[in-house]
Design a protein around this ligand. Sequence first.
Ligand SMILES: NC(=O)c1ccc[n+]([C@@H]2O[C@H](COP(=O)([O-])OP(=O)(O)OC[C@H]3O[C@@H](n4cnc5c(N)ncnc54)[C@H](OP(=O)(O)O)[C@@H]3O)[C@@H](O)[C@H]2O)c1
Length: 251
Amino acid sequence: MKLQDTIALVTGANQGLGKCYTEEMLRRGAAKIYACGLTLESLEPLTEAHGERIVPLKLDVTNRADIAAAVDRARDLTVLFNNAGVLAGTGLMEAGSCASFRHEMDVNVFGLADMSLSFAPVIEGNGGGAIINMLSVASLANFPPFGTYCATKAAAMSITNCLRYELKDKGIGVYGIYAGLIDTPLIRDFKGEKSKPEDIAAIAMAAVEDGVADIDTDARARDVRHLLGGDPGPLQRIQHEKADAFLEMQG
Ligand SMILES: NC(=O)c1ccc[n+]([C@@H]2O[C@H](COP(=O)([O-])OP(=O)(O)OC[C@H]3O[C@@H](n4cnc5c(N)ncnc54)[C@H](OP(=O)(O)O)[C@@H]3O)[C@@H](O)[C@H]2O)c1
């Protein structure tokens, strides 16, 4: 999937990884990026730096009206980048209720799912393109201090695999990006070795252009996958073949 001349929408583009992905896609020749933020003011630095190729949109991925307005506006879209995410920084018992877990699910899973449901027909109508989902090593294994967040990222990975199957005949490639700790506001309070978000964005976008579906962007992602026994791609492909057989049997 070449990014040259694509028209993309990035959620959570105002800071952190979303801002770096937006700038990396512009460097790779994207024609226009609908850069989304919870407020228009938060997007002003991006617009000032990059001019007309940035179209700022107010978009809360948990708000159906915002999503409908974005679909109306971005009718020329070819690439949807589900980047927005929240992290409560707690386990379940530690939290003592499901309140923050529900919010993480709403943004990290249902937000991604609602955006994909809404924009897949737009992308298909424009001749195909891509949906890119920002996942995590947290999708692959649970780290209890961020336990509920990991549960949402595992669900986001699973729905990414579901979308990959359902959209494969519609000309829409579905990509998942995996990384360990990255130096962004999301984890500013946590100590530890962190990758630079610009580096992750450059590695991930190069891999999308090379057609790599599951993208491990750093050593942590590669280590976790190695400990899990390697690439889950073959197993997932078997699941997709089984799905074909199952659907055929159902008539
Ligand atoms: N940092 C890491 O170590 C790491 C590692 C692996 C994966 N990730 C994932 O990478 C993605 C980007 O995170 P980041 O590290 O760049 O964190 P970040 O700097 O906190 O950025 C998160 C972005 O999501 C936006 N956002 C939050 N709630 C939203 C909602 N309801 N609707 C739309 N946008 C919303 C935030 O807007 P505001 O700025 O207005 O709050 C912000 O722009 C997330 O999916 C995260 O889970 C991060």
